[in-house]
Ligand binder design. Structure first.
Ligand code: WTA
Length: 631
């Protein structure tokens, strides 16, 4: 029932999900293991914001990812782990082995006092213990919060404090190409301001020198080796929290999006199976990091819920050389390859011999995620990697949506370069105009909203339900507002044009301009700043800052370095400025608001049509900014 095999079936699924979504999702949910069946399929809406799916049901994520498969495919490979070092052979974990590892990890957590509802923070590189650890949390009902290993000590501490995590799991160091990221040292610094953390479990990976706090720090492997490989699952209510994942928005500090158990689980499997169309002996590889939502839903949960084989890679695409991804595809016989446009563009810029050396003959389906994929990158991917025989699924979704909402289904939906095409069954996207009226007919353009809840929508922001409401449901009351703009062509195919709010997307990483400004404003010589996205060949968007300085002697190069040091300290290297401009002022409206539209255009050298500047308090600043940009 749940598998869509052709376009007719896709249309049937959409039609049923629209006319009777309770009946539709109930059928899909029946394929899972439940301790107790739900009372109601869906309740709540975008006005009351008390959205529930499968309420009254009891289930367990880890059981559905692992135990459910043990009888039929216990010896099937669940996880293939590819080391950063190409000389080290890949390591396979069968479903049975992964199950035992997860049970051991669960027992370690229990032994450290972790109970249902406690928050567990992970700050790790891509080691198998990260995937094992998040599954272990779900097994015992703890809530995981994975923080990407590229964030700074301050950023990590902020996230730990926000959700009062009780334990931190890290590794001594993480390999990334020829670099070692000193995760434990950064974690030590973060923990100076995190009183809620009782213990830190450390996975020894790089064997780097680290400090050791005898009372607080424990060697994860030693504990796991001593732990039992048997652990009962906790029976979880459908709406019990599953995980928190922090992401950036247009205002303030990152927010902890809260995902709950059953709806997320049902949608992760259903979307994975239908978008990628993975078959029994396929090898599926998503190159994301588990620190982001893509790694949660489409490295870990979706593939394992489906009983597929998922690949996890520790390294980077360009080390030891730019053929690393393609070498892995051949070596592991990868059939499904899912990556981000920024990686495609970076590899496109390298010599083609890095690709042609490898056969890529096992590939069947390619995927793209995280940012709009431009036509040129789409064509390159299609021609050189897919050899014009692999459908490319351009999957649009967000941390908030939990799973893919708009995407072709591989081999089923007609493709159109740079278009995410059509919504998945049960997803009702609309385009609205600035007044919040739905734009009817095709073609059309507007702000992308969703009309009704789907199972994996984030239910809240941790500790701040009001902010959840303000952020997503007040711009257009009654709708979920995505923050993205989109177009719909004559056939109704969607093309996502990018963020329409103050979020920038740098190499597929979401960055709030406010967070970066906050870091810049820490500099004693800075009076005020405004950060915008600017076009960037590889990253999609770069970070461009306009800075007003009190110290007129400050040189641009020195300031650039000092600001980047501050940013690395407060956020992490992913938020470094690509360029900056020292300016005597910023364009402001009479009410004192910075007119960012103008700043974006100047940063993009697109100054022919700046629009109406007559409402500015200081229109003369515009020419100065344009002149300043040229320097
Ligand atoms: C952008 C990543 C165009 C979009 C899964 C969205 C995309 C933000 C696509 C969410 C795509 C993601 N085409 N834009 N296929 N996929 N985006 O939360 O702006 O890290 O709002 O989730 O990435 O980023 P997030």
């Amino acid at each position: 029932m749940s598998r869509i095999n052709n376009f007719n079936e896709y249309e049937e699924h959409c039609s049923l999900a629209k006319t009777d979504h309770n009946a539709y999702w109930s059928k899909i949910a029946e394929e899972f293991h439940w301790y107790q069946k739900w009372d109601s399929v869906q309740s709540g809406n975008f006005n009351d914001l008390n959205i529930k799916w499968f309420d009254g049901g009891k289930t367990n994520m880890s059981y559905n990812c692992l135990d459910r498969h043990l009888e039929s495919k216990g010896d099937k490979v669940a996880l293939i782990y590819e080391d950063n070092d190409p000389k080290i052979p890949a390591k396979n974990y069968t479903y049975k082995e992964l199950h035992a590892e997860v049970c051991r990890f669960s027992n370690v957590l229990k032994e450290k006092g972790i109970k249902k509802g406690d928050r567990v923070c992970f700050y790790m590189s891509m080691v198998p213990e990260l995937l094992v650890g998040v599954l272990a949390c779900t097994r015992i009902g703890a809530i995981h919060s994975v923080v990407f290993g590229g964030f700074s000590a301050k950023a990590l501490a902020g996230r730990i404090q926000d959700s009062d995590c009780k334990i931190l799991i890290t590794n001594d160091g993480g390999y990334r190409g020829d670099k070692i990221i000193p995760l434990k040292n950064i974690a030590d610094e973060a923990l100076e301001t995190c009183p809620s953390i009782e213990s830190m479990l450390v996975m020894k990976r790089t064997l780097s020198e680290t400090k050791w706090n005898q009372e607080r720090d424990f060697d994860l492997r030693t504990l796991m080796d001593a732990a039992s490989p048997i652990c009962e699952c906790e029976q979880m209510d459908s709406e019990d929290p599953l995980f928190i994942l922090y992401t950036s928005g247009s205002t303030g500090q990152p927010k902890g999006l809260l995902h709950t158990t059953a709806g997320y689980m049902v949608y992760a499997k259903h979307s994975f199976e239908n978008v990628f169309q993975v078959e029994e002996n396929d090898i599926y590889w998503c190159t994301a990091d588990i620190g982001w939502i893509t790694g949660h839903t489409y490295i870990t949960y979706g593939p394992l819920l489906s009983g597929a084989t998922t690949v996890m890679f520790e390294g980077v695409p360009t080390w030891p050389d730019a053929g690393r991804f393609w070498e892995i595809c051949d070596k592991l016989k990868v059939t499904h390859f899912y990556t981000a446009p920024t990686a495609i563009r970076a590899l496109e810029a390298c010599d083609l011999s890095h690709v042609t050396k490898h056969s890529l003959s096992t590939l069947k389906v390619l995927g793209s995620v995280g940012e709009p994929i431009n036509e040129e990158a789409w064509d390159w991917y299609n021609r050189n990697i897919g050899k014009e025989k692999c459908p490319i699924v351009d999957t649009w979704w967000q941390t908030e949506t939990g799973g893919i909402l708009i995407s072709p289904l591989a081999g089923i939906t007609k493709l159109k370069p740079a278009h995410a095409t059509l919504p998945l069954p049960g997803v009702l996207p609309v385009l609205v105009d600035p007044e919040g009226k739905e734009v009817e007919g095709n073609p059309a353009e507007g702000n992308l909203c969703m009309k009704t809840p789907w199972p994996s929508i984030a239910r809240s922001i941790w500790g701040d339900h009001e902010r959840y409401k303000q952020t997503y449901f007040t711009t257009y009351p009654g709708y979920y507002f995505t923050g993205d703009g989109a177009k719909r062509d004559e056939e109704g195919f969607f093309r996502i044009t990018g963020r329409v709010d103050d979020v920038i997307n740098v190499s597929g990483h979401r960055m709030g301009t406010a967070e970066v400004e906050e870091a810049i404003n820490e500099h004693p010589g800075v009076v005020e700043s405004a950060v915008v996205g600017c076009p960037h060949n590889i990253k999609g968007q770069g970070i461009y800052a306009y800075v007003i300085c009190s110290d007129k002697e400050l040189q641009k190069e020195n300031l650039h370095k000092e600001l980047n040091d501050l940013i690395v300290n407060m956020i992490g290297p992913i938020a470094k400025l690509d360029d900056l401009q020292i300016t005597p002022g910023l364009p402001k409206t009479r009410s004192g608001k910075i007119m960012r539209r103008i700043l974006r255009k100047i940063a993009a050298d697109d100054t022919n049509n700046l629009g109406d500047t007559s409402t500015l308090l200081n229109p003369e600043i515009v020419e100065l900014l344009i002149e300043g940009k040229k320097k």
